[in-house]
Design a protein around this ligand. Structure first.
Ligand code: PXP
Length: 239
């Protein structure tokens, strides 16, 4: 089974645009799980421009499904928050400060020693670790050497090629990467730009995928189809 983790950052973006507490981000997390999501993802950034650190604390108190916090672990504030909140999983992303959205994976070769040390910090606290990487064999071999439990494949390139009608070309590097991940004994997540059009084909080609983390497209679809219905539509793509 591939789990659907719903990234609820966009609820916070909408809330922050007006001040106040509408929509309520904690309620969004509870609703997501009630509507069938297997997990909730948040991506707090140091400037707190969408999810705030306090949202993360409040969500942890109340949700019962898998909680995944993703973010830039070179920020001490992020590391402290994760260690305080103790989610089920932390996904380490090499974001720059002020970046619009994540746009590349770790260079696991160059950052090997750094990653070994930081992964140990989270694993010693009982938190499963996933690291965000591009579908490149060398990066996957590098990831295996860091001690990470899982990798999350950055799927932007898949999504953009898929959109151009190049489905087989789009998925090929991901299938090769996913085989290597499995061979090296790591768990496998994927995320970024996955949507109702491209998700099913991805899953069909990589049935051993453990989890997808989806935010932007799912929340956009929810504007038209409703949050509950949309979560069910995405879950159906993963069957
Ligand atoms: N995975 C990571 C590491 C991300 O940074 C993001 C975006 O916050 C996602 C998955 C979800 O991407 P999208 O919003 O395009 O579904």
């Amino acid at each position: 089974m591939t789990k659907l983790s719903v990234n609820i950052n966009k609820f916070a973006t909408l809330r922050n645009s007006r001040g106040g507490n509408n929509p309520d981000v904690v309620k969004a997390a509870v609703d997501a799980q009630q509507f069938g999501a297997d997990g909730v993802t948040v991506h707090p950034r140091p400037d707190e421009r969408h999810i705030r650190y306090n949202d993360v604390r409040e969500i942890k108190k109340i949700i019962t499904t898998e909680f995944n916090i993703e973010g830039n672990c070179t920020e001490q504030k992020f590391v402290d928050l994760v260690l305080e909140v103790k989610p089920n999983q932390v996904t380490l992303v090499p974001d720059a400060l002020g970046q619009l959205t994540s746009d590349h994976g770790w260079d696991t070769v160059k950052n090997k020693n750094y990653l070994i040390d930081i992964i140990k910090v989270f694993k010693n606290a009982g938190i499963r670790v996933s690291i965000f990487i591009d579908p490149v064999i060398e990066m996957i071999e590098g990831a295996a050497a860091t001690g990470t439990d899982r990798v999350e494949l950055y799927t932007e390139a898949y999504a953009s090629h898929y959109k151009n009608g190049e489905r087989d070309t789009a998925v090929k590097p991901y299938v090769d990467a996913a085989k290597k991940v499995k061979e090296l004994g790591m768990g496998l997540n994927a995320g970024h730009d996955l949507d109702l059009n491209n998700l099913k084909f991805f899953k069909q080609n990589i049935p051993w995928l453990d989890e997808v983390s989806i935010g932007h497209a799912l929340i956009c679809d929810a504007l038209y189809f409703g949050f509950e219905n949309t979560i069910q539509l995405y879950k159906r793509q993963l069957m």
